[in-house]
Write a protein that binds this ligand. Structure first.
Ligand SMILES: [Mg+2]
Length: 260
């Protein structure tokens, strides 16, 4: 993977990674799709269909430095072309009507949320609650999907920022907004997600700790990642995040009277 897509991530110095003195941690911000839920969509196949074939997909990957930001691709198109693109995102996943064109992509997610929560997600959230560590959520999906996720997961993340919050990841704005809402500095927060180009960049640019969830090893060994795109931690399961929390951080509870 090219590192150019992450070049802007170096704008804010990264916090000192472990090992070393334990750093206070008072908040955890999660990505939703692929992090708290198990990914079930063949995104490359969908991108090829939406963009118009292998050549267009390859061109978009080149433009994006090895990654495709499909939302930005579509936003730049004329409205009639956007409609055509969204219709091609339907595939076999959609059982909803097509009349809400701007939500078809999200319906892909919603339709597939039947619901496959990642192993350890509920336990990790319960652990954070017991330690009085705040839990937030940032997703490029829409609010409808977050609402459904909350309903089925049975735990609510506060704040939970969806695509309606602009600018969305990888911009650091949503993470900085959550930190501001919590009144907790970013260097006492960790961003946990499965995407280097979105979650890691968002977290690093905000000045937070970063934890990459890489269940399949698609990003390779942690040590093999260039320093400018290396998260503070790289885990293959949410269960391992327990270890990160307990071994590398001083879990500082947020007083009840200041909890939102
Ligand atoms: Mg994700």
């Amino acid at each position: 993977m090219s590192t150019s897509a992450f070049a802007s991530a170096s704008a804010v110095p990264a916090p000192a990674p472990a090992p070393g003195p334990r750093r206070p941690l008072r908040g955890v911000v999660f990505d939703m799709d692929g992090t708290l839920t198990v990914p079930v969509i063949d995104f490359p196949a969908m991108y090829r269909e939406v963009l118009g074939g292998d050549a267009a997909y390859a061109a978009a990957r080149t433009t994006g430095g090895g990654a495709v930001d499909i939302l930005h691709c579509i936003e730049d198109w004329a409205l009639d072309k956007q409609r055509h693109a969204y219709e091609h995102m339907v595939f076999d996943h959609i059982t909803y009507s097509l009349h809400i064109e701007t939500k078809l992509l999200e319906f892909v997610h919603i339709t597939n949320m039947n619901h496959q929560f990642r192993q350890g997600a509920s336990e990790l959230c319960g652990f954070l609650d017991a330690k009085q560590i705040r839990r937030g959520l940032i997703t490029r999906n829409v609010k409808d999907a977050v609402d459904l996720f909350h309903q089925r997961f049975g735990m609510t993340f506060t704040p939970a920022l969806s695509r309606e919050f602009r600018p969305y990841k990888p911009d650091p704005a949503p993470l900085l907004h959550i930190c501001s809402t919590w009144n907790i500095p970013p260097h006492e927060v960790i961003m946990v997600g499965d995407s280097l180009k979105d979650d890691f960049v968002c977290g690093k640019r905000a000045g937070a700790f970063t934890c990459l969830l890489d269940e399949t090893g698609r990003y390779g060994p942690h040590d093999s990642l260039p320093e400018q795109v290396k998260p503070d931690f790289k885990m293959s399961s949410l269960t391992e995040v327990f270890t990160v929390m307990e071994e590398h951080f001083d879990l500082a509870p947020v007083p009840a009277e200041s909890r939102i």
